[in-house]
Design a protein around this ligand. Structure first.
Ligand SMILES: [Ca+2]
Ligand SMILES: [Ca+2]
Ligand SMILES: [Ca+2]
Length: 356
């Protein structure tokens, strides 16, 4: 190979590597997350509350590189964090990311609400019970993207509105102190009718989003599970009650509730029951093994794909008490004393009758 060809090859390789080096990533691959669960909960606590009548998702309170999942839908994020239940379900490729300056690995700065944002290449937010009027959010992207709102779940049905999201990630800005993705723009998308899903996508890479705001969202239907005792003997039945309310907070009639044990000796689905006029559904079951069952109840407000689940309660199955060896000793002693006492009384009576 000629020297010129070698130089050309080296130059080509250099161009390839330098182009890779120029591509900013929303995650800083050179650092490790060091934020603790306590610090994450502190971020959640410090975040401002949503104004009355408006729902603002600030994404604080989730882990670094955590899937959001049902954090805002009465469930948990992938790493087990919980937020307020707004009845919003995130597709599994949408995550939460914490700023590297706050102990996460996020390569961003100047986020509207410190220090956690939402990130995804493409993803869907589903709101099965619907939202109206409009949404707004801040975004930060290195490549162009688009947001679309539909009246069906999972980006189906009629397109109610769509807006381009133009690349903006580093327009006239600096880190805080670190973060390449440092410029945020506000998007307002208004529409008529009732929407059920929002689709977000970028042409390349991941986009960042924060302070996702719903101005008119339906309150989610809710389910609460309860019991009258938290422990009982194996072999004796135990009754669970689920109470279901509609978006207005009134009892929901005729909803099928599934009771299940997430972990414990009776892990699995226990059965189903339908709510009565008071919104209550009851299920009775009997444990045969000792241990603690962690129980919850779920139902489908709109679609079985998006189940609303209750709080979790636990019930301990215990063995009926059997006297221990020392207790058996006391019992035998008592029987012996009773026997001796009886014999001595009888003897005395015999002697008295003789003396008489
Ligand atoms: Ca930063
Ligand atoms: Ca920051
Ligand atoms: Ca935030």
């Amino acid at each position: 190979m000629k020297t010129t060809q070698i130089l050309a090859a080296i130059f080509a390789l250099f161009m390839v590597f330098s182009s890779y080096a120029e591509v900013p990533n929303v995650i800083n691959p050179r650092i490790q997350a060091k934020i603790t669960p306590e610090q994450i909960r502190a971020l959640q606590k410090a975040a401002p509350m949503s104004p009355a009548g408006i729902v603002v998702l600030n994404f604080e309170g989730m882990g670094n590189h955590d899937r959001i999942l049902q954090f805002y839908g009465g469930g948990q994020s992938e790493l087990g964090y919980t937020g307020t239940n707004y009845g919003i379900y995130f597709s599994s490729i949408i995550g939460a990311l914490i700023d590297e300056d706050a102990g996460g690995t996020g390569n961003f700065a100047n986020e509207p609400s410190p220090s956690t944002v939402m990130n995804c290449a493409s993803g869907i937010l589903n709101v099965p019970e619907g939202f109206m009027s409009g949404i707004s959010f801040y975004y930060c992207m290195h490549w162009d993207g688009v947001v679309s709102v539909y009246d069906g779940l999972n980006g189906t049905g009629n397109l109610l509105t769509t807006q381009p999201l133009l690349a903006n990630s580093n327009i006239n800005c600096n880190g805080d102190p670190n973060g390449t993705f440092c410029h945020w723009d506000l998007v307002n998308a208004t529409f008529s009718g009732t929407a059920k899903s929002i689709a977000l996508s970028t042409t390349t890479g991941s986009g960042l989003f924060d302070d996702f705001t719903f101005v008119n969202i339906t309150s989610p239907s809710k389910i609460v599970i309860s019991q009258t005792a938290s422990s009982g003997f194996v072999g004796v039945s135990h009754t669970l009650t689920a109470h279901v309310t509609d978006p207005d907070g009134n009892p929901s009639l005729g909803k099928q509730v599934t009771f299940s044990v997430g972990s414990g000796p009776n892990t699995g689905v226990l059965g189903t029951a339908v709510t009565d006029v008071n919104g209550n559904a009851a299920l009775t079951y009997t444990g045969t093994l000792i241990g603690v069952d962690n129980l919850k109840a779920c139902f489908a407000p709109v679609s079985t794909e998006f189940m609303a689940c209750s709080n979790e309660i636990s019930y301990e199955w215990i063995q009926p008490s059997i006297p221990t060896m020392s207790q058996w000793g006391l019992i035998l002693l008592a029987i012996s004393l009773l026997g001796i006492g009886t014999v001595s009384v009888m003897r005395r009576k015999k002697q008295e009758s003789k003396a008489w």
